[in-house]
Design a binder for this molecule. Structure first.
Ligand code: EPZ
Length: 418
């Protein structure tokens, strides 16, 4: 795996880019597919490292998971019990491994999940996940870095989420899908990936209503049938290329998107002076004559997505004025600031707020990706900066962006993996 990306700056991007399937829908739907009685075929799964790791975990559990010649992904649970422990050496690589908690409890009433290590953007606790599965009847022990969950007798229940956690909502939905009775999740996450998971489970014969709102009702069923399902497009990948057009001074047609999923990003980009036009085949994003400052507050969907915060910070470093970014979702998602400052950015962090004083150019520099989205933001800054930018730990970027080097190159960027 190449670990470094090298970018020559000051090259406006032009052309069309096709958005891949959504990482954060694919990962949870892969976990849910082990609950089906037979082979599930998933279309539009992005070929990224996080998917590879989830595939290895699924195969380790005793469920055959492989790519098909047509690019689809097959997940074939056997008609006998599977293993229920996610291996630490794989689970630590991808946070989404914690999503096997709900699907293993739903399939077999038992799950042994490696406690997710903290990561660069925050402690990533699981208290809401555990509150949810316990409400449905799971007993939890935490020992030696693993969560042991066993559910002998389960029944539907009402669960209130103190925070609309995406992962907690997903784990409760998956367990509830196979738990007798009615489960009601209140203050549930409303992200499009939650809706995609609900649609997938319903396509298997599940009974989930209200996904996309803050109250989701799930009637448990005894069996989930296999089938074929296509993953929604990735709204964060789409947003990243939209910012690429704005920051590089170019024009990009971002294809294979669902416009409503991008409304918060479109609105904020227009505020910074970019033009965004909805066309039949996607969104045409054209850079404005200059980049205007804008204030950003990240919030759960449909607020501005935290996964686009770093990308917008890179853009606002080049604005004609000062912007304030408030990160309300994660407690430590400003790691990129020190890297952007190496490129000449003027940013001051005060707690959950970052004050970005725009300037008319950045300089290429050697920088380091600290998390997936920060890495993507450094790519964006490198596209606009004067000279060459070298990004170390670029493997983090390949975790979530399918074929990013070729996609950027086809838009006119000078990008090289090393
Ligand atoms: C999902 O993570 C996404 N990952 C993240 O995308 C995304 O940033 C996040 O949702 C928010 O939208 C996947 O879907 C695989 P949360 P998740 O539970 O489920 C706190 C990316 O770059 N919390 O909604 O882990 C938590 O600490 C990744 O693609 C609790 O306090 O996010 C955080 O502050 C990064 N207790 C906040 O909620 C819990 O039990 C949001 O976390 C769970 C979460």
């Amino acid at each position: 795996m190449k670990e470094t990306l090298i970018i020559e700056g000051e090259r406006p991007l032009h052309g069309n880019v096709r958005v891949s399937g959504a990482k954060n829908a694919a990962l949870v739907i892969m976990a849910a597919a082990i609950m089906a009685d037979g082979e599930t075929i998933l279309d539009n799964v992005p070929q990224i490292c996080d998917v590879d790791v989830m595939m290895q975990i699924i195969n380790d559990l005793g469920v055959d998971c492989h790519w098909n010649d047509d690019g689809s992904l097959s997940i074939c649970p056997p008609d006998k019990e599977i293993l229920t422990k996610t291996p630490y050496h794989l689970a630590k690589k991808v946070r989404a491994s914690n999503l096997f908690l709900g699907s293993l409890l739903g399939r077999q009433g038992e799950a042994v999940i490696s406690m997710p290590g903290g990561c660069d953007i925050g402690s990533r606790p699981m208290d809401l996940h555990l509150k949810g599965v316990q409400a449905l009847g799971a007993e939890i022990d935490i020992e030696h870095g693993f969560i042991y969950a066993r559910a002998k007798k389960t029944s539907g229940n009402r669960v209130y989420l103190d925070f609309p956690s995406v992962g907690a909502t997903e784990n409760i939905m998956m367990m509830a899908a196979k738990t007798p009775g009615l489960t009601v999740i209140e203050n549930s996450a409303k992200e499009p990936e939650i809706v995609d998971l609900a649609n997938f489970i319903n396509s298997m014969g599940g009974k989930i209503r209200g996904a996309g709102t803050d109250i989701i009702k799930i009637e448990g069923v005894s069996q989930l049938k296999p089938g074929r399902y296509a993953i929604i497009p990735d709204r964060i990948e789409a947003g990243t290329y939209m910012v690429a057009a704005a920051i590089s001074g170019g024009e990009i047609m971002v294809e294979n998107i669902i416009p409503t999923h991008l409304h918060p990003i479109t609105a904020k980009l227009q505020e910074t002076g970019a033009m965004v036009q909805e066309k039949d085949n996607g969104l045409l994003v054209t850079a404005g004559d200059r980049i205007l400052p804008a204030d950003i507050k990240t919030l759960p969907y449909p607020g501005f997505p935290t996964d686009m915060q770093s990308q917008m910070m890179a853009l606002l470093c080049l604005a004609d004025g000062t912007s304030v970014i408030v990160e309300n979702v994660f407690e430590n998602r400003f790691q990129i600031v020190d890297e952007l400052k190496r490129m000449g950015a003027r940013i001051k962090v005060e707690g959950h707020s970052a004050v970005v004083e725009g300037r008319d150019h950045l300089y290429g520099a050697r920088v380091k990706a600290t998390d997936l989205r920060a890495g993507a933001a450094l790519v964006l800054a490198g596209l606009a900066a004067r000279g060459q930018t070298i990004i170390d730990d670029a493997g983090l970027i390949f975790r979530g962006y399918e074929d990013i080097t070729n996609k950027l190159t086809s838009l006119g960027a000078k990008v090289e993996e090393r």
